[in-house]
Design a protein around this ligand. Sequence first.
Ligand SMILES: [Zn+2]
Length: 420
Amino acid sequence: MIPLRKLSLKKILTFFIVIILIITFILKITKKDKLKLLNNTIDNAVQVNKYFIYGNHLNISGDFKIDNYDEIKLVLKSTNNEIELNSNISDGHFESSSYINEGIYLDNIPIGDYFVFLKTTTKDKNKYYNLSNKTNYNDLNYYTITKNKKNNLINIKFSSYSNKEFLSIKVTETKLPDNYYDIVIDAGHGGEDPGASYAKHSESDITLDYALNLKEALQNIGLKVKLTRDNDTSLDSYGINSRTGIVYETNAKYTFSIHLNSSEDNIKSGGVEIYSPNGADTSFAENLARHIVNSAQTNFSHNESFKIKDGVYIRTFTKNDINSSITTAKEKGYNPYPITTDTTYYFMIRETGGIATGAYVDGRNKSYDKNPYYNNNIGSESYLMELGFINYQKDLNNLLYNQEGYINGIVEAIKEEINL
Ligand SMILES: [Zn+2]
């Protein structure tokens, strides 16, 4: 018995040692192959000045000093693949998009190990330029939207190898960690704050009911959804477990805030208003508005202020808003916030997007909490939906008795947006 046992243990050990040697050898070859790509690249000509993830897009921009080329492009390159990226390049400046919610579509990159290069072509000869980092940010981890219960992890990182600085993007298959979600639904108001009310109905009750049912509808198409509140409770705006905090804590790619409008006057019409972040391409907001109008048989709001297109609004700070913000700062003795007429007004859109949407609540005003994530370079693509006017009887009836119409419209627009 004893010699036999010894023999099998020896065999097992040898077997494992051989396996480990083979794996190490394969890893070495792969690494060598990958780093070979860096052998003939050119350094110190291209620098990244800004990069962030907003929703499911990576946006990179910066400057370069390269003379004489016929063509110039931003590319992803691995040992066996080259993917051309959309970009605007001119006068020594490049950007993957001028819109915050465009650029490099992360959910579409095949599994692999890539470098990001600027590639020039001159008379059929290609040159590749490394990207060096001039920002204060580095490592970014992004999980793709859940499809068929699957997700990819994307690691975006500046590294260096024998004095070459480069940007790499590594895509691997994985499972979404427990605390990560695809979408956050925010039922407006709640608890001590009922929002608008009319005929015994309050905005906070109706938005909660919508949030609960929208969550279920989105889960039914395989998405992982988190609510900011699931009962009639008050929420802080900033900090742990707050409205904006939950968005960052769950790393949600999209956030939808549900609200109802109300008008001071005796209104003669109602309708839908979708508020989009400033600096974003509005095609998703347009689709949300259009699908809701069609599916719930309602109409686009007739409100003209801050209107961009039918049903789509971008509310930014006005000169008056800025002046009153400066007055408050003076009264309370802190430096005014860096707000311009380009800054998005609604905090739920602005403060959930980090640097992409100009979040600024950094704690200088002691009257409310600090947004600990205001300086993040990864943010959620957020929309605020005013589904109808609570004090317009036709809208109220439709909102109360045709909820499915509204929810189906929202789900359709989301499915289209994420290619589900
Ligand atoms: Zn509201």
